[in-house]
Design a protein around this ligand. Structure first.
Ligand SMILES: C[S@@+](CC[C@H](N)C(=O)[O-])C[C@H]1O[C@@H](n2cnc3c(N)ncnc32)[C@H](O)[C@@H]1O
Length: 387
């Protein structure tokens, strides 16, 4: 595909997303209908689409319209590229700009930061002086991070093994298991280190959260909101623990046995009604559902689809989960409350309200990470049940 034909493909996909189709589905549908597109074309089109979703407000302003064409046009203009060379209307190229597309306007502050108006006050309160730099960071692609499986190898050996396959990495300071992939991330899934479970894809801030948990050999641990099991696998690799994974939607854990086998660790899956769920546990991790605002670089649709009603619903779920898991922790044991949110109302606001309404708990550690630390935004409050 020519560069201009890739733009046309991205425009069509973005129009479908703006019409309500989820981004991954729109990309998959396009991929199936476009057998002529090679892997380089697919990767380039995907990047164009996700860049536009991250910067939807500013690109629309610079492109003169909130349409697939407007977003792609605005993205080119903001990157300082010559639009006339690509929007020619020849062959598979998009037609030349017309109407409002010819009159791009400078974005106002929140538009330039690609921040939804309604969320700006809460994000400003939560982030303080970091508000603008964090919002700016969320406009750019996230780095690719690996977690080195210390149960199988060490960071230097994993880096050397990957380098031999052309995948260049560097250690990341957020966690001693973290490698940032700086060259050839797309070769990763075919590499021996990945296929044989010596490295796993995982954001560096997620790894930092797991590194901050108290885990001793033999501890009984419950990952209450395990999802795909990213943090379960990281905990199991850190120490030989007795680990159970639970999720309100057990289908989310369906790949966990295969992933655990690949990593050489053991994780027991618990269905929501399983009596083993009652504990008591030395540690319960509640990595609760949240706005996902800390990971909007990876999942930018969430930035635009979040509503005040959905945020209120998520906060209600978060406080219910805190109340559900607290009795599962043994006296002297720990409850780790984690989100990938940047909003104080989902973070310390939740744990402070919990500590106010529940006696017998003490906060022993807190970790707040934003994309300025390199990985996703993450929050951890470690609470201890009084012995
Ligand atoms: C942020 S995700 C977990 C991500 C996962 N821990 C990881 O590291 O990959 C939150 C999970 O909580 C689950 N969930 C939602 N409501 C729940 C509830 N009331 N009880 C337990 N799990 C719940 C969701 O199904 C979702 O899988």
């Amino acid at each position: 595909m020519t560069p201009a034909a890739r733009l046309s493909a991205a425009i069509g996909i973005l129009d479908r997303i703006l019409g309500g189709t989820p981004a991954e589905q729109a990309l998959t549908n396009w991929g199936r209908a476009s057998r002529f597109a090679g892997s380089g074309d697919r990767a380039a089109v995907r990047d164009l689409v996700f860049d536009a979703l991250r910067c939807r407000r500013s690109f629309a302003r610079a492109g003169g319209a909130e349409t697939g064409r407007g977003l792609v046009l605005g993205g080119l203009r903001m990157a300082g590229q010559e639009v006339g060379d690509l929007f020619t209307g020849e062959g598979h190229a998009p037609a030349p700009p017309a109407g409002s597309e010819l009159k791009p306007q400078a974005p106002a502050e929140l538009e330039a930061l690609d921040c939804p108006d309604w969320l700006a006050p809460a994000l400003r309160d939560s982030l303080g002086a970091d508000f603008a730099p964090v919002m700016e960071a969320l406009r750019h692609r996230a780095p690719v991070f690996l977690r080195v499986n210390l149960a199988r190898t060490d960071r230097a050996a994993a880096a050397a093994e990957l380098a031999a396959e052309g995948i260049v990495t560097q250690p990341h300071p957020l966690a001693e298991t973290a490698l940032e992939v700086t060259e050839n991330p797309r070769r990763l899934q075919a590499s021996a280190a990945y296929r044989e479970g010596r490295v796993e894809l995982q954001d560096a801030a997620s790894q930092a959260i797991v590194a901050a948990l108290p885990l001793a050999p033999g501890d009984r641990v419950l990952d209450y909101c395990a999802g795909g099991g990213g943090k379960s696998l990281a905990m199991a690799a850190r120490a030989p623990i007795d680990l159970s994974a639970h999720d309100a939607d057990p289908r989310r854990m369906r790949d966990l046995p295969e992933r655990a086998a690949r990593a050489g660790v053991k994780v027991r899956r618990l269905a929501p009604g399983d009596p083993a769920r009652r504990g008591p546990f030395d540690l319960v991790l509640a990595d609760v559902p949240c706005s996902g605002s800390g990971s909007w670089r990876r999942a930018p649709e969430g930035k635009w689809s979040l509503t005040p009603e959905r945020l209120a619903e998520l906060r209600a779920i978060q406080s219910t989960i805190l109340d559900e898991v607290a009795p599962l922790v043994r006296p002297g044991g720990h409850l780790a409350y984690a989100t990938c949110s940047l909003l104080a109302s989902e973070n310390a606001g939740q744990t402070e309200a919990f500590l106010e309404r529940t006696s017998g708990w003490t906060r022993v550690h807190q970790l707040r990470l934003t994309p300025l630390d390199g990985g996703d935004g993450f929050f951890l409050d470690l609470l201890q049940r009084n012995g």
